[in-house]
Design a protein around this ligand. Structure first.
Ligand code: NAD
Length: 316
């Protein structure tokens, strides 16, 4: 049985990941950590400690005392926030990752961290973006993610650390709100559709980006953690995706269930520029071939589930 430490465990992914990991590996075998006090039901449901990932000593001590054999590193500053505070992004995204890799090396732990479609840039092939391709991102987040992908590869080849990771697309979920990424509109739209019947998109019509529903993202993480290492050619930064859509298409999917829903546009130039620099669709075939990646939810299945779950959550 694994003993897992999770950083950034109260974020959009972490807050659901800890529940998933606790159901797979046992509540007491998953230590959730974040820089913030435990405020969610999920965080309070099992072992929890405050941890600032820029503090390597505390990270080492917590992982060692817990007897962790697996590190799931989720703490980061996301794309839109990183453009507002590039220096903070560098220090958190690179400093935190370096500490997590070093602690994992020192304690001989398995290591997982997500990269992102943000690791691609405007000169990357836009459609069916291959696993291995040109990566010249133009955002601080992208610079961090490319460096992070390379660092994870380096720790595997140099030290034999069992590093694993995916390049997530925009993730859509109904538990924790997203933390300041470029694809957040695809979550906000469901809340606003139910609460107000309308939504103003900060991403322009016609802007395609890859997306995935959180249950598929969580399953992908567990599947990659459990994958036979002999079959992994890439290990880190596997392209994974479930769908690619533009704002008008998600609006149409919602309108099928809420006919009065209306969408308008008020484009935010900063997030639009980031979105324009990312692929329209990526090719997950390496993940499919090497560890059987599979997503269950397409746009319509996700819309039905999101609306059902949010109606309960928002008491509508
Ligand atoms: P998030 O912004 O929702 O959560 C990040 C968490 O990190 C927060 O709970 C925050 O309190 C915590 N944190 C911030 N500074 C910290 C510090 N110094 N020490 C410890 N914790 C700190 O992020 P997320 O969406 O859950 O993303 C997790 C990972 O997945 C990141 O690496 C992100 O780049 C990647 N990713 C996310 C998406 C997505 O759509 N959510 C897509 C692609 C990749």
């Amino acid at each position: 049985m694994k003993k897992i430490i999770v950083t950034g465990a109260q974020g959009q992914i972490g807050s659901e990941l800890i529940t998933k990991l606790r159901s797979e590996y046992g509540t007491d075998n998953v230590l959730a950590t974040d820089i913030r006090e435990a405020s969610t039901e999920a965080a309070q449901a099992g072992p929890y400690e405050i941890l600032d990932v820029t503090d390597a000593k505390s990270m080492h001590a917590l992982a060692k005392d817990f007897g962790a054999d697996t590190m799931m590193h989720m703490a980061a500053l996301l794309s839109a926030k990183a453009e507002e505070s590039p220096l903070l992004a560098w220090n958190l995204n690179m400093g935190g990752l370096m500490n997590a890799l070093e602690v994992s090396r020192e304690l001989n732990m398995q290591f997982f961290t997500p990269s992102s479609i943000g690791a691609f840039g405007p000169t990357t092939p836009k459609n069916e973006t291959p696993q291995e391709t040109l990566q010249r991102p133009t955002t601080m987040y992208g610079v961090n993610k490319v460096a992070g992908e390379l660092l994870c590869d380096y720790y595997f080849t140099k030290f034999g650390l069992d590093t694993r990771g995916v390049r997530f697309p925009g993730l859509i979920s109904n538990v924790a709100k997203p933390g300041g990424g470029t694809t957040d509109y695809a979550v906000d739209i469901y809340y606003k559709a139910l609460e107000e019947g309308k939504y103003k998109s900060y991403i322009a019509e016609g802007t395609y980006m890859d997306m995935m529903y959180m249950p598929d993202a969580l399953q992908a993480i567990v599947d990659l953690l459990e994958a036979d290492p002999a079959k992994l050619i890439h290990r880190n930064a596997f392209n994974v995706t479930a769908m690619s859509f533009e704002p008008a298409e998600i609006a149409a999917s919602i309108k099928n269930h809420l006919p009065k829903f209306e969408m308008s546009y008020d484009v935010d130039p900063i997030r639009q520029e980031i979105a324009d620099s990312w692929p329209d669709s990526i090719d997950p075939s390496a993940a499919v071939a090497e560890w059987g990646f599979k997503a269950k939810y397409d746009l319509d299945a996700m819309t039905i589930d999101m609306l059902d779950k949010l109606k309960v959550k928002l008491k509508i």
